[in-house]
Design a protein around this ligand. Structure first.
Ligand SMILES: Nc1nc2c(ncn2[C@@H]2O[C@H](COP(=O)(O)OP(=O)(O)OP(=O)(O)O)[C@@H](O)[C@H]2O)c(=O)[nH]1
Ligand code: SF4
Ligand SMILES: [Mg+2]
Length: 398
């Protein structure tokens, strides 16, 4: 199954009762989200993945109405607003009367984040929108579709056509994980420790994705554990074009892989694809300025089961303590929501983001930078603390 982070994230927004959930159900051809005539029916995000050809794997997110004034409304509205940080395309639903201040402010928010917007004028079976109103909407976005969400097949068809036109190009033609580091038919050596963190009986998602990216360009992929490096290098007829290692084995790998063979890590390649490698490399330097009592935020995009020497709670804090010799306060945050008080932190160390999309990581970097808080990520922190960041990121952040 396609990882969630690689799916086009499509958010459905609008006032209560305009038909957002009906649109979601039309797109999915099933009763996924509850529909009713009572305003405020959707109280929390409803997410569903699907294969939408020819776009490919997408994730739909139905949100609560943004004008919900009920007791719980504020929480719901905040939740819907948080969703804006991680969507690639917005479907903004309104009915014939509903293009007003709320839609305009939402539209401006999407525009400021470069999120393309498809405006959906719903309930066309019972309302006829005046042409002047429709023109007004077209002044905001060229993508305007009149729909009747009750008519599912036609609605899904109209929206799909519009999505094909509006989806961001970096989704339609994404850059490969291994772009620029290896060419067709060359050999890559992957080093994947199988330790307590490795799930039983399978490889973790970043490893699988890397193998797939290499196979896509017909490379030979040699996968080993970290105790077979010397043996494998001497057995291979030709030197590998690139060695890609799990960050946790960096030290040993960099000692055993000769300097003339390029070496990088899974997390550095993912940081390049998912976020902004340059920002992360600049951000990591803040480690050297940390003082006693400074707070560092360990930020994870999903909640996962903690294990004994978990990377976020144990490994990264230990590395930073050792490197800085300062008494740093670490706080951990795992959610799609981003903490409101990030200016209280001297550094944010983000996880690899394998379960999230590029948009969410870029939004987080942008928010942090707007508050002058440096951001880096796990893999880059590990490489930096071990003194091998320069080698591992050579030529990748230009
Ligand atoms: N006539 C007509 N009714 C529609 C259409 N689309 C949705 N509705 C009705 O409008 C009402 C609200 O639809 P929902 O899909 O629940 O709207 P929503 O925007 O998700 O509402 P909240 O979750 O409460 O914010 C329901 O009674 C739907 O049956 C449409 O195209 N035509
Ligand atoms: S915390 Fe981050 S790196 Fe870890 S599994 Fe979740 S998204 Fe992936
Ligand atoms: Mg709803």
């Amino acid at each position: 199954m396609t990882p969630k982070g690689n799916r086009l994230h499509i958010g459905i927004f609008g006032r209560t009762n305009v038909g957002k959930s009906s649109v979601m159900n039309a797109l999915l051809h099933q009763e996924m989200s509850i529909v009713s005539e009572i305003a405020g029916t959707t109280t929390d995000n409803v997410e569903k993945t699907m294969e939408m050809l020819p776009l490919g794997p997408v994730l739909f997110i139905d949100t609560a109405g943004l004008d919900d004034e009920s007791e719980l409304g504020e929480k719901r509205v905040n939740r819907a607003r948080e969703t804006i940080q991680r969507i690639d395309v917005a479907l903004l639903v309104c009915d014939s009367e509903g293009w007003g201040e709320l839609e305009i402010s939402l539209f401006n928010e999407f525009k400021s984040k470069n999120i393309p917007v498809v405006a959906l004028i719903n309930k066309s079976d019972i309302f006829q929108i005046p042409p002047s109103k429709e023109d007004e909407i077209r002044n905001y976005t060229s993508s305007v579709v009149k729909i009747c969400a009750k008519n599912r097949t036609e609605t899904a068809d109209l929206i799909r056509k519009e999505l094909i036109k509006t989806a961001p190009d970096d989704f339609i033609n994404p850059e490969s994980l291994v772009e620029g580091i290896i060419e067709e038919n060359q050999t890559a050596l992957l080093i994947t420790p199988v330790d307590k963190e490795a799930p039983k009986g399978r490889m973790i998602l970043p490893q699988v994705q890397m193998i797939r990216a290499l196979l896509d360009i017909n490379c030979t992929v040699v996968v080993i554990k970290e105790d077979k490096i010397r043996e494998t290098l001497s057995n291979l007829k030709n030197e590998p074009k690139i060695v890609i290692t799990d960050s946790q084995a960096f030290k040993k790998v960099s000692e055993e892989v000769p300097e003339n063979i390029p070496l990088t890590s899974f997390s550095i390649l993912f940081a390049r694809q998912k976020g902004d490698l340059k920002s992360f490399i600049n951000g990591v330097k803040a480690i050297d300025t940390l003082q006693d009592g400074d707070r560092v935020l360990i930020c994870e995009s999903c909640t996962h089961h903690n294990i004994e020497d978990d990377i976020g709670t144990v490994k990264i804090p230990n590395l930073l303590k050792k490197k800085t010799k300062k008494n740093i306060i670490f706080e951990r945050f795992s959610s799609h929501e981003f903490p409101k008080n990030i200016e209280d932190y001297k550094l944010i160390v983000h996880c690899g983001g394998c379960m999230t999309n590029r948009r969410e990581i870029l939004s987080r970097i942008e928010i942090a930078h707007s508050k002058n808080v440096p951001v880096t990520n796990y893999g880059i922190t590990i490489a930096y603390c071990l003194g091998i960041l320069e080698r591992a990121s050579k030529g990748l952040a230009d």
